[in-house]
Design a protein around this ligand. Structure first.
Ligand code: NDP
Length: 484
């Protein structure tokens, strides 16, 4: 099979397999056909990865920042050279249109490696002057062996969001992709080693949730970074607490996107489309509660429906396609059950809501209007192409409603009024806010959630503090006296 990897795992600088592990069938969501079969990590494989990651700690923490930077920059270049091949593999694995995976997956992954390659040299401590000439200095030391666990929506990008800062700071990594999307993390391991990363510094093991749980419980692991649902996040956070391990949690959301009467209509509609239907709606930060001020509501909905009729839905390998299938049959059924709840609870279905009549997990982009804050579709994360349009009268009212959620990942506002834009951004209870744009996440900017949506930040210099442990060294240049 064209997409079958050399082996299931990548440990100590080489592909490795143990075919006695539970089979993992990889399916192309565009057809429902199996494209590769891998094996979940057995106890032997997990132990091999832990031993390798632990042993490599010494060599990588002693590497200079220039050496780390060189490897990350070289890996970024190789990823760009192999972008077309990696985008194809990601499309086969996730069903996301090839026109998306070339920029948002392969391209964004290379950006992350390049950015953290450049940041590596700036990871330094402080000099702190004290009384009488005494002083202290701080050393940002690597935390050690880090476990990264990924979701299935951005497999390569998530692997890089965890690997790049961890490696820049001198840590070693074991990455476990979602078992639904195991392929591109293996390619990342290949690329990093091609770029000169020493064996054992970045390892990939495949498996179901229990493999992740075994890794987290191991005393050799110092830190866990998870991208996944709130429910998994709670379990992983609790397990990490047993060993007082450091955590980064990138979890789910139900983000608000507010459109005021004075917003540029085309820009606001573009924001709502990008924030609900990119990657068939399977994006954690999506603004799925679209609050539209009453004066612009009719115009907004009409224009939205016109623009949706232009979506090219179909085979994600076709470069013309801009809306592909969902990741799996299971996800399709979850999303369909939310659509049924929306209809049952009285929301007005104005677009989509039905499957395409073809093999694969295709669902039309779906829009509900007349949505009430209490409806299930306005409260729970659906993780699919379902937009809820709600209306409002005043700024004060909409801020209260936007924040009335247990999530706090992202929030957006569309308005021409500069003062109001910043007032609303300040009032949002979320980790990332957008003004007249939505869902961009460049590596230079911190990304992460407040409330139930997460702990810590990925991307940017903010990620450095989550992958280093600050050591303080106090020095006296004076005679030391004691009471006796
Ligand atoms: P899940 O929470 O189901 O799984 C996430 C990962 O955790 C998978 O690799 C899973 O393995 C693993 N896992 C499950 N149980 C355990 C456990 N007990 N211990 C250790 N690991 C475990 O999320 P999905 O993959 O379904 O992804 C969708 C979710 O991810 C959505 O809620 C979305 O919002 C969120 N997300 C958040 C992002 C962010 O940056 N904030 C970005 C992208 C997605 P397995 O698959 O084998 O169960």
């Amino acid at each position: 099979m064209k997409y079958q990897p050399e082996a299931s795992h990548f440990i100590n600088g080489a592909y490795l397999d143990d075919t006695s592990g539970k089979p993992i069938e990889v399916i192309y969501p565009g057809s429902g056909k199996v494209i590769a079969t891998l094996h979940s990590a057995t106890h032997t494989i997990v132990e091999e990865a832990l031993r390798g990651g632990d042993a490599a700690k010494v060599i990588w923490r002693e590497a200079t920042s220039a050496e780390r930077s060189r490897v990350l920059s070289a890996a970024s270049r190789i990823l760009r050279e192999r972008a077309a091949e990696l985008a194809e593999l990601e499309t086969q694995n996730t069903g996301k249109p090839i026109q998306e995976t070339i920029v948002a997956d392969a391209g964004a992954a290379a950006d992350l490696l390049e950015y953290f390659g450049s940041v590596a040299a700036s990871i330094t401590g402080d000099y702190i002057p004290l009384a009488n000439g005494d002083f202290a200095y701080t050393v940002p030391e690597p935390v050690g062996l880090c476990v990264g666990i990924g979701a299935w929506n951005y497999p390569l990008q998530i692997a890089c969001a965890k690997a790049a800062p961890a490696l820049a700071c001198g840590n070693t990594v074991i990455f476990k992709p979602s078992e639904i999307t195991p392929l591109t993390a293996l390619k990342l391991a290949e690329v990093l080693h091609q770029a000169g990363l020493p064996p054992g510094v970045f390892n990939v093991v495949q498996g179901y949730g229990e493999v992740g749980a075994t890794l987290i419980a191991d005393p050799r692991v110092a830190k866990v970074s998870l991208t996944g649902s709130v429910a998994t996040g709670k379990r992983v956070y609790a397990a990490a607490a047993e060993g007082m391990k450091r955590v980064t949690m990138e979890l789910g959301g139900k983000s608000p996107l507010i459109v005021f009467d004075d917003a540029d209509l085309e820009t606001a509609v573009s924001g709502a489309i990008l924030g609900n239907f990119y990657s068939s709606g399977q994006v954690c930060s999506n603004g799925t509660r679209v609050f539209v001020q009453k004066g612009i509501k009719t115009a907004f909905t009409e224009r939205l429906l016109q623009r949706l009729s232009l979506a090219k839905i179909g085979d994600p390998m076709d470069p013309e396609t801009n809306f592909g299938p969902l990741i799996s049959e299971r996800q399709l059924q979850i999303v369909r059950s939310y659509i049924e709840k929306g209809i049952g609870e009285g929301a007005n279905l104005v677009h989509g809501g039905i499957q395409l009549n073809r093999a694969g997990y295709y669902l039309y982009p779906t829009v509900f209007t007349e949505v009430d804050d209490r409806m299930t579709i306005a409260r729970e994360e659906i993780f699919g192409p379902v937009m809820s349009v709600l209306d409002f009268d005043t700024e004060e009212e909409v801020i209260g409603r936007a924040n009335a959620t247990e999530f706090g990942l992202a929030a957006g506002v569309f308005t021409a009024n500069l003062a109001r834009a910043h007032r609303v951004a300040k009032a949002f209870e979320s980790g990332t806010c957008y003004i007249n744009t939505y869902n961009v996440s460049p590596p230079e900017t911190p990304f992460g959630g407040s409330k139930l949506s997460g702990v810590g930040r990925e991307n940017s210099k903010a990620a450095i503090q989550h992958y280093t442990e600050m050591k303080t060294v106090l020095v006296s240049v004076n005679e030391l006296s004691a009471p006796y």
